[in-house]
Design a protein around this ligand. Structure first.
Ligand code: ADP
Ligand code: ADP
Length: 231
């Protein structure tokens, strides 16, 4: 699904150059659940932004489902993103002025799905993640755990084959964090590919592979403990 070869990203501000990713190469197959770990500033968010086609690499190759991403223009990247990628952020990134229902509905509007189908799909998913009684509430009226479940639902509503998650439990206590991790695991078991940035080795243990970054380079890669134990 994802193939990076010698991918580099350099940020330039005035005279200062900062290499966020330095010749990174790896492959992620369909159905994998991969964690990306490493100290602050090592390039994790940049990597996720490049994978999500929000940020352009400096050099190297990024193939998504066989298509060279650098060959696409902004419109092409946006179309691939809308159809294939769901994003989950540490700060939930819900729109405060929209209800739970409307937040989850938004990606379907972007994808030009009819109102009746939107209603059916959103209600079904809201029920599945256990927040139907909160459908007409606003994000600020929910607990953190509930807000992140709404954010996960918004990422899932279009059934994207790939989920990119940046510290999805970073603002949650451990019990709500575990709920979100279990939601992600269920998704992965149903076939969704997940790439997750995390500081938490507990969260990483839910994934099958852990990629460790340091100064923009992959320094090690291993199978996670849980999946080893499960074998
Ligand atoms: P992480 O997510 O692992 O904390 P980042 O990907 O955010 O790391 O950052 C990697 C490096 O790139 C850091 O040295 C950071 O300072 C730099 N960087 C990130 N974003 C920008 C930016 N917009 N402009 C300049 N430098 C940046
Ligand atoms: P949950 O396990 O359902 O996330 P919490 O223990 O976090 O529950 O919260 C208990 C109840 O209080 C929940 O129904 C939640 O919606 C509500 N709640 C939590 N935080 C807030 C808040 N800031 N404003 C309004 N209601 C809240």
């Amino acid at each position: 699904m994802i193939k990076l070869e010698n991918l580099s990203k350099v940020y330039r501000t005035d005279e200062i150059e900062s290499t966020a990713l330095n010749q990174v190469s790896f492959e992620i197959k369909k159905g994998e659940f991969v964690s990306v770990m490493g100290p602050s500033g090592c390039g994790k968010s940049t990597l996720l932004n490049v994978l999500g086609m929000l940020d352009k690499p400096e050099s190297g190759s990024y193939k998504f489902q066989g298509t060279e991403v650098s060959g696409l223009n902004e419109k092409g990247r946006s179309a691939v993103r809308k159809q294939n990628i769901g994003f989950i952020f540490q700060n939930f990134n819900l729109i405060d002025e929209l209800t739970v229902f409307e937040n989850i509905e938004l990606p379907l509007i972007y994808n030009k799905i009819s109102a009746s189908e939107r209603k059916e799909r959103v209600n079904k998913l809201i029920e599945k993640i256990g927040i139907s009684h909160r459908s007409s509430h606003f994000p600020q009226q929910l607990s953190g755990g509930q807000q992140q479940r709404v954010a996960v639902a918004r990422a899932l509503i279009t059934n994207p084959p790939l989920i990119l998650a940046d510290e999805p439990t970073g603002n949650l206590d451990s019990s709500h964090g575990n709920e979100v991790m279990e939601l992600l695991c269920n998704l992965n078991e149903a076939g969704t590919t997940i790439v997750m940035v995390t500081h938490s080795s507990h969260d990483a243990s839910y994934s099958q592979r852990i990629i460790n970054l340091l100064d923009g380079q992959i320094v090690s890669e291993k199978r996670s403990n849980l999946s080893q134990a499960a074998v």
